[in-house]
Design a protein around this ligand. Structure first.
Ligand code: ADP
Ligand code: MG
Length: 307
């Protein structure tokens, strides 16, 4: 095959440009990508067209090589692509594989909101979840994901994961959320004791109203570590109660994790408020909502923390 680049390069090289530039233009036209594009579009491109495109070929070649050498370019993450447009060569900048991969991860992360929980949970996956001793929880999680994805508009009972510290309750919740994120479903994992503190600190202001609205309305809500703090009547009835009531009405999937079983949660957490007053009826109302929204699954196993 005729070396078109060389021909044009030689001709351009005879112009009154500085020697350096001439040499670079020549090299640019000899680039294999440039060669192959010109060959493919030879019918549409006269020698005049190619000469007019010299600066574009040069731009393409320069940026391509800057990237190859690992140097910073003007548009980080984008790669030059040479195209034929209206009988001239034009450079377009397209996202690199790496940038697209980064964008994909950023989109996944945006679909799992973490409130006061470690970022490491973004790595949690159902595939990596060690099942031994926790078969019931693992299969309940897999069933939920499958059923939810089959019909996201329908009501699906979430899980109430109970079990000792360190058995992987939070990990499993995050793994479910990450799996759903890959299917465009938005979740929010809320460390419940921290959420309660945050709200108490802004009591009487509307500072956290948008946050409460998000927690109420997010398609998948996971309240992590419920029962780990001392509950005030206000958090129980006006925050938790209102959130759960809304989610029942709107049929939104809701998960819980707790060191307490549901029965213990009722007696040891919901019934007696932080002033020591017993409010069994109010506690019962909350518990009914929790039971409606979630199915209790007990997780047993060794403490996996710090190993
Ligand atoms: P819990 O919420 O029940 O207290 P965590 O979910 O925080 O427990 O898990 C405790 C530790 O064990 C964490 O560091 C977590 O990453 C790890 N872990 C839990 N479950 C698994 C698992 N199935 N496979 C790998 N690591 C796990
Ligand atoms: Mg936890």
């Amino acid at each position: 095959m005729k070396n078109i680049g060389k021909e044009i390069g030689d001709e351009l090289a005879s112009h009154h440009w500085n020697e350096n530039y001439r040499q670079l233009i020549k090299e640019a036209f000899n680039d294999p990508d440039v060669q192959s594009l010109i060959t493919t579009h030879r019918d549409e491109l006269t020698n005049e067209d190619l000469k007019r495109s010299a600066s574009k070929v040069y731009e393409f070649f320069t940026i391509k090589n800057q990237l190859k050498r690992g140097e910073a370019t003007l548009a980080p993450g984008y790669e030059p692509k040479l195209n034929v447009v209206n009988h001239t060569l034009e450079v377009a900048y397209v996202p690199s594989q790496q940038l697209m991969a980064e964008q994909k991860i950023a989109q996944l992360h945006a679909r799992v909101k973490l409130l006061n929980l470690p970022k490491s949970l973004r790595q949690a996956s159902l595939a990596d979840f060690e099942v031994a001793g926790r078969e019931a929880a693992a299969s309940a999680a897999a069933d939920f994901v499958q059923q939810y994805l089959a019909d996201p508009k329908k009501f699906h009972q979430g899980l109430y994961l109970s079990g000792n510290f360190g058995v992987g309750k939070t990990y499993l919740l995050a793994a479910i959320a990450n799996k759903l994120a890959a299917e465009n479903i938005i979740s929010m994992l809320v460390h419940f004791p921290s959420f309660a503190v945050k709200l108490k600190n802004s009591i009487g202001t509307s500072q956290n109203t948008p946050l409460i609205e998000t927690v109420k309305k997010v398609p998948i809500l996971m309240l992590d570590d419920i029962g780990a703090d001392q509950l005030s009547s206000w958090i129980r009835d006006d925050i938790l109660g209102v959130i759960l009531q809304y989610r029942m009405q709107e049929q939104l999937a809701t998960f819980f994790s707790s060191n307490f079983s549901q029965q213990q949660l009722l007696q040891e957490y919901l019934t007696v408020n932080n002033r020591g007053e017993a409010e069994p009826l109010k506690a019962q109302r909350i518990m009914e909502r929790i039971r409606y929204l979630s199915r209790e699954t007990i997780m047993i196993g060794k403490n996996r923390r710090n190993q």
